[in-house]
Design a protein around this ligand. Structure first.
Ligand code: ATP
Length: 459
């Protein structure tokens, strides 16, 4: 559904979720900036992931590794030699393509004007391997050709975990099985960045390396798959929109005994959100071999000594944000019979990740008592969550603006709040109207109850 994708990209820009990086200068291909609402959404997602996978677990700890990576690390891991995609160029228009993703020979940019009947297709070179890593040089005095000055921007967060596994183990009291989690940037010089943020050159990963006994790897891979599917459900991506690809022999990375790709039905097709891979002892084994330092684990109870095996749930933060947005985006036809067309755009984001948790809205802006009370309510809530205050336009318009950016609750301060009698003569002083985004239903809640009421709905 390309039309839906266009609407989402335009809403993301118009409402301040996601902008093209360097747009002012024509844009930097494959790079994106998160605007005010996008930054909140992404941060909420990362915090939720961290809470579920680190804070609420006794067997997983976090780390935050450097992005610039020692070349020896990525040589040992196989990235320097083999982290590549097959690429081909058009000899005429010079455009580059990923050879393994071409379904047909593309139309040539330079041959567009050719008369009918003539071949307008690209003339492609034979595919050659193109390494996806960004290379850089370190140190002010490094001579230009000094091979030792080469460093890389990490292409995955995983390797920084493997090379610190021993330090984490020695500095903590963890016993196998245990995990190390990390959220951070990774960089890949993708040949064809595309589908909005889905395939970028700079992106963020949320990864766990779960270290275990070799006998438990297969079983833990299945368990992690289940846990990760539940996670997506919790953040608003339902199970029926996810597809599990049990990657067959021959298509998995050579070191992996089992890999599940968790895929989502994006508007541009079913595509990978996360990989859950059983990486065996490949990475630690390689780093032990190349560094010459023991990375074995010793179990004092069984006296067993072994290189731990690893199960890795590796999720893309940007892809998850995109999936969440695609899933939340909805248009509701509220046109009344004989009335003007009325389409309500609404983002049905889960409150736990919504960028704005509640909007505080005085009914009218030219009544100082309403405004003062509204500001009081805002001050009460603001230390605890992201609150938006809005006093412009009619209240109905303000509700709709919040619907469009996924704010789950709107809090209206009206004359009843100030003590005026309710429609049935009831005393509603110091209560507010809370309007629910999804159902548009309204209820009255005492200001004194408001904070716990909201907090209970944010988990
Ligand atoms: P793909 O096949 O789509 O290139 P991959 O299998 O190479 O992805 P992994 O190496 O398994 O991806 O990386 C783990 C996760 O990191 C992916 O599931 C995805 O969510 C995220 N990711 C990888 N490459 C990109 C990218 N170029 N842009 C955004 N996210 C990415």
């Amino acid at each position: 559904d390309p039309e839906k994708m266009e609407k989402i990209v335009s809403l993301c820009k118009g409402k301040g979720f996601i902008f093209q990086s360097g747009e002012l200068y024509g844009g930097l291909n494959g790079c994106w900036d998160y605007g005010p609402l996008g930054a909140e959404l992404k941060r909420n997602l990362k915090e939720y992931w961290w809470r579920k996978n680190v804070q609420e677990r006794d067997d997983i700890v976090g780390m935050d590794g450097s992005i610039l990576t020692h070349q020896a690390v990525l040589t040992a891991s196989g990235h320097v030699g083999g982290f590549s995609d097959p690429m081909c160029d058009c000899k005429v228009c010079k455009k580059r393509y990923r050879a393994d993703q071409l379904e047909e020979v593309p139309l040539c940019e330079a041959k567009k004007q050719l008369p009918k009947g003539e071949d307008k297709r690209c003339e492609l070179t034979e595919p050659k391997e193109f390494n996806l890593m960004f290379e850089t040089k370190m140190g002010a005095s490094a001579d230009d050709d000094d091979p030792n000055a080469v460093a890389y921007l990490r292409p995955e967060t995983a390797q920084t975990i493997f090379v610190q596994y021993k330090n984490v183990l020695d500095s903590s009291r963890l016993k196998i099985p245990f995990g190390i989690a990390q959220i951070g940037k990774a960089f890949r010089n993708e040949i064809n960045p595309r589908n909005f943020t889905f395939r970028s050159r700079e992106f963020e990963q949320m990864e766990i390396e779960y270290f275990c006994h070799p006998d438990d790897g297969m079983k833990l891979t299945d368990e992690w798959l289940e846990k990760r599917l539940n996670f997506y459900e919790e953040i608003g991506v339902p199970r029926e929109k996810l597809h599990i690809l049990d990657v067959p022999d021959g298509e998995r990375a050579h070191y992996s005994k089992k890999t599940y790709d968790i895929e989502y039905e994006f508007p541009f097709g079913i595509q990978e959100l996360e990989g859950v891979a059983y990486r065996t002892d490949y990475d630690l084994g390689k780093h032990q071999e190349c560094s010459g330092k023991s990375l074995e684990y010793f179990n004092p109870e069984t006296k067993e000594r072994f290189i731990p095996h690893v199960v890795e749930p590796s999720a893309g933060c940007d892809r998850t944000v995109l999936a969440v947005i695609c899933e939340a985006y909805d248009e509701e036809d509220l046109t009344k019979e004989g009335g003007k067309p009325d389409i309500r755009k609404v983002m049905r984001l889960k409150p736990c990740i919504a960028p704005i948790k509640a909007a505080v809205l005085p009914l009218l802006k030219n009544k100082p008592e309403l405004v003062a009370k509204a500001k009081e309510v805002k001050a009460l809530l603001q230390p605890h969550m992201n609150i938006f205050y809005d006093e412009t336009a009619a209240i109905g318009r303000r509700y709709r603006r919040q619907d469009e950016v996924g704010t789950p609750f709107c809090i209206a301060i009206d004359f009843e709040t100030l003590g005026e009698e309710g429609p049935n003569g009831e005393d509603l002083s110091d209560t507010v109207t809370v309007r629910h985004r999804d159902s548009m239903e309204q209820e009255r809640i005492a200001i004194s109850e408001l904070l716990p009421w909201l907090l209970a709905r944010m988990v």
